[in-house]
Every structure is written in C-alpha cells, then in structure tokens.
Design a protein around this ligand. Structure first.
Ligand SMILES: C[S@@+](CC[C@H](N)C(=O)[O-])C[C@H]1O[C@@H](n2cnc3c(N)ncnc32)[C@H](O)[C@@H]1O
Length: 256
C-alpha cells in the first residue's frame, strides 16, 4: 500500500516568527494538519503558534489530537490508540499528514512516539522530520545566558522523572537545563541551593511568547512555579568578558 507522507514539523518555542521557512511550507502543503493538545477542551499550543502565519488553507483538514499530560498508561494508551487511528485513516487514503509539535520534534515530543510506531503500523511509509527552534535554544536567547563554549558540557534533565541525582549532575556539568519541572520545583530548588548555585540559576516560562517570564536568582524567590512551558537553566560559569578576565579560559577553549 502507498501511504501518504508523515511529517513531524517543529513549530518553535512560541513566537510565530520563529517558525522556519521549511516548517511554514510543509504546514501549508500538507493535506491534513494534525496538532496535539492536552485535553479535549484545551487549546493546542502548536496551533496557537502556527495560526497567525498560515491562517485558513482551502481543502486542508485540521485534526486536533488529545494527549493527556499524564504518565498513567490507563489514560495514555486509549488516547494514543485514538490518535494513531485518526492519523492512520488519513495516511491509508494517501493523504499527507503534518504533525505540528512545539519546539523541535526530536526533543521530548509526542512526535517521537508517532515516528517510532509509524514504521510498524504503516510499513514502507515515508517519515520526514522538519527541525524547529527548540526551547533549549530560545531560553539562552531570551536570558542572554550562553549554553556552552569550548570544553564546557551540558546536561538536559526531564525533571518530572525525578531529580535525586541532580546534586551529582550539577557538580559534573557546566550548564544544566531542567525541563518539565512542574511539581518538582521544590526539589529542584533544594538541590540548587544545596549546591550553592542559587545565584547562577534562572527560571524561564513561556520564552518568546507574549507572557514570557524570567526569574533570575531563583533561590531568592518565594514565588509559585508550575507553568507547563517552563525550565530552569543553571550555568555555573561567570562570563566576565574576554578582556575582563576570561583570556585564559578562551585560550584553553580555542586550543582544545
Ligand atoms: C514536552 S517538552 C517539549 C520540548 C520541545 N519539543 C522543545 O524542543 O522545546 C515541554 C518542555 O519544554 C520546555 N519548554 C517548551 N517551550 C518552552 C518555552 N517557550 N519556554 C520555556 N520552556 C519551554 C519546558 O521545560 C516544557 O516543560
């Protein structure tokens, strides 16, 4: 059987003008535009990002698929079955399906499961990934905190799967990015304080979106955290500027 092509399209971290030209082209051409949302009644962040750029496209079907933000298989499996069925029906008719995903499709994205399953469900299907600007690139941009230079090492941690090993990670890596923080924020804060890095940690929610929020020196803040589009970045290195004292580090990095 000749299936339609399945595209995984990264739509960037929030600002519509961070959509790539390739993403816009792919989203406009697809016969079916599939978008994840966290509840049957909730809005899709991917759609919010895309909408002002692509608007209505004649003949294109918009398919909203619900994936509960939950680790409970009893809730997840039926949602996945429904989504695979809806996408499969279209692919089997030879229709191209673009699955839009916030940020980049290859990082903590629903598309990863779809990509993995697609080759088994629809043998021979063509799957195309269109990379997007990840939140991992957006957060350094809005905070002015570089991720790494020279020999520095970066750790990326999905905090909602536990942060027991965070003290060791903070010690071993120059920059630590904590994604999917949610209710783990108190434990994240405790580990950062314990490591003496509270003044090197910044919390960012909704980077590049109109309601972006940046909290520097998170250890001092008693605010509540819990946004589902939020991360913390802990960058140990104090960057003083090359002429103000980083010359040695620069020489080391560039000769490495
Ligand atoms: C399911 S993951 C999706 C990541 C996405 N694929 C990417 O490349 O950025 C969701 C997590 O990404 C981070 N995130 C996504 N967009 C963000 C934004 N605009 N600002 C801050 N963090 C964001 C948060 O840590 C959030 O919990």
């Amino acid at each position: 059987m000749k299936y339609g092509t399945l595209y995984g399209v990264g739509v960037g971290p929030g600002a519509p003008d961070l959509l790539t030209l390739r993403a816009v082209d792919t989203l406009k051409r697809a016969q079916v535009l599939a978008m994840p949302r966290s509840s049957d009644f909730g809005a899709s962040m991917a759609w919010k990002i895309i909408k002002p750029v692509i608007g209505e496209i004649e003949g294109q079907e918009r398919l909203f698929l619900t994936f509960p933000m939950n680790k409970d298989p009893e809730r997840l499996v039926p949602a996945w079955k429904k989504a695979f069925q809806a996408i499969g029906e279209r692919l089997e008719k030879g229709l191209s399906v673009a699955f839009a995903t916030e940020g980049d499709p290859s990082l903590f994205s629903t598309f990863i499961y779809l990509q993995r399953e697609a080759v088994h469900r629809w043998p021979g299907i063509e799957v195309v990934v269109v990379p997007g600007v990840s939140s991992i690139a957006a957060v350094p941009a809005v905070t002015g905190i570089p991720l790494a230079d020279g020999q520095e090492r970066i750790a990326i941690i999905p905090a909602n799967y536990g942060v027991d090993d965070l003290p060791a990670i903070l010690e071993q890596f120059d920059t630590t990015i904590l994604m999917k923080i949610g209710s783990e924020m108190p434990n994240v804060l405790a580990a950062i304080r314990e490591a003496g890095l509270a003044d090197r940690a910044v919390y960012v929610s909704r980077a590049t979106m109109p309601d972006q929020r940046i909290v520097r020196d998170i250890g001092q803040s008693g605010e509540e955290y819990g946004d589902c589009f939020a991360m913390a970045i802990v960058a140990k290195k104090q960057r003083n500027g090359v002429l103000a004292g980083d010359v040695e580090a620069l020489a080391k990095a560039t000769t490495a």
